[in-house]
Design a protein around this ligand. Structure first.
Ligand SMILES: *Cc1c(COP(=O)(O)O)cnc(C)c1O
Length: 476
């Protein structure tokens, strides 16, 4: 029976000053400074007082808590000083996972960020003339180089000058393009493409914000080139094609080919824009995905402007990229909204370095591309090695066939064959195992299916395999 009153228990607690003077706390003050340590002590003592007043701590409990006081202050300090944004291990097999930060950057992109971020740069300074330069020049040149290379590879001549500008993300790119090209006018869009992308990006809403009027044509499942043509009137400013990123229409469907649409647009002298979303700069057939145009193919088919993300299939930093007819891009650049959507030097640095990997033709330097090109056999070998590392009596582990997801608005059903590590535990449910994985350091995110935890090593960096295996072994 507890006979000590709460008041007496409060009195047993040390004062903040007293703790700050204690020799055990001195090293903490030395490394972190007095104010932050004092605050941690206050938080810990306040928690103890709350525990006492709610009757959770008796005299005995208080004695134990006081013995662990120093450790509690240290834990509190760690919590305060820890970053909220933390690296995690992605074992989901979803390569471009918006919740997990989409594309991991290439080493070269990070190195370039580092050298540009830590000092001054020629972001808007022309070193030749010594005068003010344009920040978008750094990337514009590279994209043109890539386009020229692509055209030369295919033995076709450039039909128009192509320019590129960068904004904060693809949603911003669509807003800028619509406002520049179609303010107070009409934009023709197929009913089958009025999409909502995750995070409440809805084409009709963006259209309204850009002060353009949406002119819907066709039906949900079928739209023909003729439907677009019939809708053209004196108010029409733009024809917009939107990638269906996160869903598919199957069955009785029809969508005009890009070149058919381009023909209609050219005949009526109306620009054709395509919101590509994922915007690959490589041939997706190389990873077994067909029917997905890349940026160059769209432009070659006669699309005047394409918009796409920097951190989806391109494998770079978050950015919205607009590439296309120079006269249209120039208009967008002089729109005052462009200034509000512009990106900083870090984004330019990362994007430039990523695009340079494409110029060099070295896709393996870009982690997302490396993961996409990884074969099922290669992943299977790593999975075999992984399973041999795990020794835990209560675990049952097997390797099964499965599918990795490209994610990030590539073809929604675009999957890549993989080998999955499937785990069950005698005493722990799949959800309990998932929680333990999330609580490991670094946290690990995986998938659950049919009561099993599934690990896909495609999205795990090889040097992280061992960390994941150790976390699984600790389930025991
Ligand atoms: C992903 C996507 C967007 C949004 O791009 P963010 O870079 O995330 O702003 C817009 N349109 C399509 C078709 C997309 O797939």
């Amino acid at each position: 029976m507890n006979t000590t009153s709460a008041t007496d228990l409060y009195r047993g607690l040390p004062a903040v000053d007293e703790l700050l003077r204690s020799p055990k706390v001195a090293p903490l003050i030395e490394s972190h400074g007095q104010p932050i340590v004092a605050e941690a002590i206050r938080v810990v003592l306040a928690r103890l007082r709350r525990e006492i007043s709610s009757g959770n701590l008796d005299a005995n409990g208080v004695t134990i808590a006081l013995e662990g006081l120093h450790a509690a202050v240290e834990r509190q300090l760690c919590e305060t000083l820890r970053h909220s944004l933390r690296p995690i291990i992605n074992a989901t097999g979803v390569i471009l996972h918006t919740n997990l930060g989409r594309a991991p950057l290439a080493e070269s992109a990070f190195e370039h960020i580092r050298e540009i971020a830590l000092g001054y740069s020629n972001l808007e300074f022309d070193l030749e003339s010594g005068e003010r330069g344009k920040r978008d020049g750094h990337v514009d040149k590279l994209f043109r180089q890539l386009m020229d290379k692509e055209l030369a590879d295919r033995n076709v001549r450039a039909t128009q000058a192509v320019s590129t500008i960068i904004v904060n993300n693809n949603a911003a790119a669509v807003l800028l393009a619509l406002n520049t090209l179609a303010e107070d006018g009409e934009v023709i869009v197929s009913r089958g493409e009025l999409v909502e992308i995750g995070g409440s990006f809805r084409i009709p809403d963006v259209m309204a914000k850009s002060k353009a009027t949406l002119r819907e044509v066709g039906t949900t499942n079928r739209t023909r080139a003729g439907d677009y043509e019939k809708a053209i009137n004196e108010k029409t400013r733009l024809i917009l094609r939107v990638h269906r990123s996160n869903f598919e229409i199957t069955g009785f469907t029809e969508q005009p080919r890009l070149d058919e649409l381009a023909e209609v647009a050219q005949k009526h002298k109306i620009p054709l824009m395509e919101d590509l979303g994922s915007g690959a700069l490589f041939d997706l057939r190389s990873i077994g995905v067909s029917g997905e145009p890349n940026v160059f193919e769209s432009l070659r088919a006669g699309v005047d402007v394409v918009s796409y993300s920097g951190d989806k299939l391109l494998g770079g930093p978050q950015a919205g990229i607009l590439s296309g007819r120079s006269d249209l891009i120039t208009k967008m650049r002089s729109n005052s909204i462009f200034r509000a959507l512009r990106v900083d030097k870090l984004t330019y640095a990362a994007l430039e370095a990523t695009l340079l990997s494409y110029v060099k033709g070295d896709h393996a330097l870009i982690p997302a591309l490396r993961m996409m090109h990884m074969s099922k056999e290669e992943i299977g070998k790593r999975a075999d090695h992984f399973v041999r590392q795990i020794q835990a009596a209560k675990l049952s582990v097997e390797i099964v066939d499965g599918a990795s997801l490209i994610g990030g608005g590539a073809a929604p059903s675009a999957t890549l064959p993989t080998r999955l590590i499937a785990i069950t535990h005698k005493d722990l449910s799949a959800d309990e195992m998932m929680m333990r994985l999330r609580n490991s350091d670094p946290p690990i995110v995986a998938r659950v299916e049919d009561g099993r935890v599934l690990l896909d090593l495609r999205t795990v960096f090889p040097e992280q395999d061992e960390v994941v295996a150790n976390a699984v072994t600790r389930f025991n």
